[in-house]
Design a protein around this ligand. Sequence first.
Ligand code: PEP
Ligand code: MG
Length: 895
Amino acid sequence: MVYFFAAGKSDGDASLRSLLGGKGANLAEMATIGIPVPPGFTITTEVCDMYYKGGKTFPEGLKAQVNENLAKLEAETGKKLGDPTNPLLVSVRSGAADSMPGMMDTILNLGINDAVVEGLIKKSNNPRFAWDSYRRFIQMFADVAMDVDKENFEHALDAMKKRRGVSLDTELSADDLKELVQEYKVIYKKIKGEDFPTDAQQQMWLSSEAVFRSWNNERAIYYRKSNDIKGLLGTAVNIQSMVFGNMGETSGTGVCFSRNPSNGDNYFYGEYLMNAQGEDVVAGIRTPQKMSILESRMWSDANTISEADRVANYPSLEEKMPEAYKQLVGVRDLLEKHYKDMQDMEFTIESGILYILQTRNGKRTGSAAVKMAVDMQKEGLIDDKTAVLRVKPEQLDQLLHPRFKAGTKKEIIAKGLNASPGAAVGKVVFSAKTAIEWAEQGKRIILVRIETSPEDIQGMAVSKGILTARGGATSHAAVVARQMGKPCVAGCGALHIDYNTLQMEVGGKIIKQGEWISFDGSTGEVYLGQVETEEAVLSGAFGELMAMADKYSTMKVRANADSPKDATIARNFGAVGIGLTRTEHMFFEGTRINSVRKMILSKNLEDREAALAELEPMQKGDFYGIFEAMEGLPVIIRLLDPPLHEFLPQSEKEQEEMGKLLGVPTEEVRQRVHQLHEFNPMLGFRGSRLGIVFPEIYKMQIRAIVDAAIELTKKGTKVIAEIMFPLIAVKQELDILVTIAKAIIAEKEAAAGIKAHILLGTMIEIPRAAITADEIAETAEFFSFGTNDLTQMTCGLSRDDSGSFLGAYVDQGIFEYEPFQVLDQTGVGRLMKLAIELGRKTKPNLEIGICGEHGGEPKTVMFCHEIGMNYVSCSPFRVPIARLAAAHAAIKGLK
Ligand code: PEP
Ligand code: MG
């Protein structure tokens, strides 16, 4: 239940991550490989699980094991917890197997009371440090373990600073801090009705319990949900001897990354503060300074700070403490080589001596992930396969997002830190709550805060970007935004935000809540108004990574595209075909809808054919353009699918008549009808049923396809057309339609005197089709799973209006994921597997793909690889994501 760690004496190592949590496992490993780590011990994640299973009580035997390890720690450090003459102080920190930065609790400086503080003063000869540690402990312990809001103490601290006429904590004297400790104790007693706990053992157990409790706080639960972290036992608790960054001017603390987590560049990136403890760096009250001279100058240039000012007031660690810096660079190199990945480290320098408090694989933006993977492969640190696996398919999403159009006029109003890349455009809101409300109304918003905290996380998730006035590259806003893949500019000091009046002043301009701004997370620039954006262009490392990925994948990626423009985008993103052209989307273009409506309202075949004749040349033009854009690659064109009412305007006439009859206002009837309206679950007169009853519609479309294909083939353009019949349930439906199609193709080929390359196939999107796939494959030349409809019909869920309760289903674990987003592999997936087996029994080389929305979702893509599909088809912007997921599936299968 408890694992010890100290130089050469660790019980655990990095392989015990699920048991010791990331932090605990890495502390044990670092202690073993010679990194200076303060000793301590880890209470395992299993204990957290037992704590919850046992009705929030510690399991039997834990106490004895903790005491045993505490005694070991006391022997190792030569100090004793709670002993006034030679006190051991510890930190109590959380740490799950998957890192969840800032979501769970931490308590520092534990073990202080009135007697111990005196001992600390004697030993350190530094009363200011001792009282500072004491006041920090009371605040943290009260807030985290005892539910006393830290604001109570912060008010007292601010009042003290005001009385003394100073602005920084570091300017308060030992006596000031001593007085503050007395005030803090009074505040605590007033709120809790009892004295602040003085027993060090009791403090330790209460803190450990608080860490376990924080596993299930709201923000931790939300974080796990939004990052798809599942199946963990809980958090570990790390109890570690304290080292002090607040011991004076040769002490300090910082957070650093072995490479730039925002763009992937290979230089030491991070921030530190002298005479401070960890929370000061992220709190944003003092301006953290940079690690290297290089980065420090980049920062001063961006903030127009003179070199003299920089050296005097914001020197880099490299300048301020060259010895410690050199040692830290050594640690960085060693850890990166050891873990073969970018490291995110926390360090403390106590009176000139360096300690490492944590290392983990650093979170990074999508573009940084790609750059680092490709660079590390070139450096020989990792091989090709590892490089491909290093980038999560979902992460590519960020790279594919638009950026500001080059050459657009922009009015810069401020500049902050470029914390997370991308272009953000939205209306200003000043609170997470408003952000959520406005986003629900469909508004595009930018969350602007003085600084963010974990409470803001849901508001951040719905924003187009996050802008803060305070905080550095490792501030909460920066770290979380990067992970969410959202643009972020942090520490933009020019913003003077007033939460009361809901406005901010920037360079003499007032910007109110609701007004538009834009900002560039890659440069840190903030602009007034809505700046125009453009699509991303992919190059460099991205192309290299995709090329590496394609070497391994066996399954192809096509795109769903309905126009030559989308087809071209898809091809540029690496699509090797079109898996779905929804022809109905073309029916809405320009004035075509009038011909479509004329066709629908026709009373006889003659009128209908006349209307269809108007559409035919337009359809031919559409197909011609797409075939041309996809020259040499297969293109699936699906014939008309939706029910015809979708092409008609909504009538209000009948509602008016009903209103008159019942003597109620029409508006009331209209609202009631609207309220009671249920979406047609799309099981009616649609898909191939239209083709069976009105064959002239499909005939028109087939003629247009064949004409376009023949015309291009004559010109020497290679066309591979695949005509797809939607919503087939019974083989006989397909037989009828294929016979019609074959006749048209034969006739046109004979007339032109050339052969066109055309396959005739079907969607598998009705369960009956899936379970009779062997019969259907006798006629079909290819299958494409329409998993939108297949999910709808297999699960009995309307794809249009089940959103209102599916969230609850996922929350209760009935579905692991929303089944219209992530394929339900157990149910729908099983049907697909069966259909593939049956189809290939009839035709061993049957071409099989998927064209439902799931085709670009990484987990589904991996599943499609597993069940032997030839390709997946998805929206153009998801093509690179699907390509990478297909490579992951292949590599994992190979291993
Ligand atoms: C499907 O059902 O998965 C499909 C691709 O067709 P549509 O979404 O157009 O019904
Ligand atoms: Mg469908």
